[in-house]
Write a protein that binds this ligand. Structure first.
Ligand SMILES: Cc1cc2nc3c(=O)[nH]c(=O)nc-3n(C[C@H](O)[C@H](O)[C@H](O)COP(=O)(O)OP(=O)(O)OC[C@H]3O[C@@H](n4cnc5c(N)ncnc54)[C@H](O)[C@@H]3O)c2cc1C
Length: 222
């Protein structure tokens, strides 16, 4: 999997900081431009802490995501507060096997061999259908959840905080969790104040809504 932050709102923390300052000030938005970075960061942190996260909707982040499974993209697009574009299996025929191998299979040589052989067989059948002039949009029905896909996704910072809360959690599946952690490390570089306290609720709030008491990160009673 490759994850790259390809675009984001310029000066995301200044824009969101100005939005936060506006809500607590008599000054006009133009005057807020004169505030320095430190002042804006301070008010931004304060307003986020209060839970007024609408101010961070002004910052958008666009990611290029390559080589993830269709199982992952199905989970990803459930996050409705986002914009997506995904490589089409109607217009793009995938004549060569291209698939993700879960670590639980990859770690075992015998399982990996059986898995790879199954994928080869699936792609043989897929290519046979294409050779019989079945359109790619119908031949793809035989392809597995493991098939790789490429996506461009844009989310605002508020939607990202929700995404990280749900998908950085150990209860989320390994692949989307890996994606979420990579996305989090990318946005932290460009908006450290906004994402300082981002992650699963055990980390950000000291609670586990899933009540997964057997989880190694389950919050310990103080
Ligand atoms: C560990 C895990 C297991 C899961 N298992 C399943 C499963 O078995 N089956 C399944 O179907 N899904 C499952 N999901 C998906 C989950 O139910 C959500 O659909 C997904 O995580 C998107 O979350 P969201 O709605 O908060 O995000 P978004 O769609 O991005 O929404 C963000 C927030 O906006 C608000 N919002 C968005 N749309 C509406 C609306 N229409 N009405 C009111 N408020 C809205 C909500 O506050 C929401 O939290 C699972 C998710 C996780 C993390």
């Amino acid at each position: 999997m490759k994850v790259k932050l390809i675009r984001y709102t310029p000066e995301p923390e200044r824009v969101c900081g100005m939005a936060a300052a506006l809500t607590h000030s008599k000054t006009t938005p133009e005057k807020l431009e004169e505030m320095d970075d430190e002042q804006l960061k301070e008010i931004l942190s304060y307003v986020i802490k209060l839970g007024h996260t609408s101010v961070i909707e002004h910052a958008n982040f666009t990611f290029a995501i390559t080589g993830v499974s269709r199982a992952l993209t199905h989970q990803l697009v459930r996050h409705r507060i986002a914009s997506y574009c995904q490589q089409s299996q109607r217009y793009v025929s995938l004549d060569k096997p291209t698939y993700v191998t879960p670590p639980s299979i990859g770690k075992n040589e015998k399982m990996k061999k059986a898995y790879d052989e199954t994928m080869e067989k699936i792609w043989d059948e897929y290519n046979k259908l294409l050779d019989l002039d079945v359109p790619a949009e119908d031949a793809r029905y035989v392809l597995p959840n493991a098939t790789t896909s490429n996506v461009i996704v844009t989310m605002n910072a508020r939607a990202l905080l929700n995404f990280f809360e749900l998908r950085c959690c150990l209860h989320a599946q390994w692949e989307i969790r890996r994606l979420a952690n990579k996305m989090l490390s990318e946005v932290k570089k460009v908006a450290p104040t906004i994402f300082k306290n981002a992650g699963p609720p055990c980390k950000t709030k000291g609670i586990c809504p899933e009540e997964k008491k057997d989880c190694p990160l389950y919050p310990k009673k103080k």
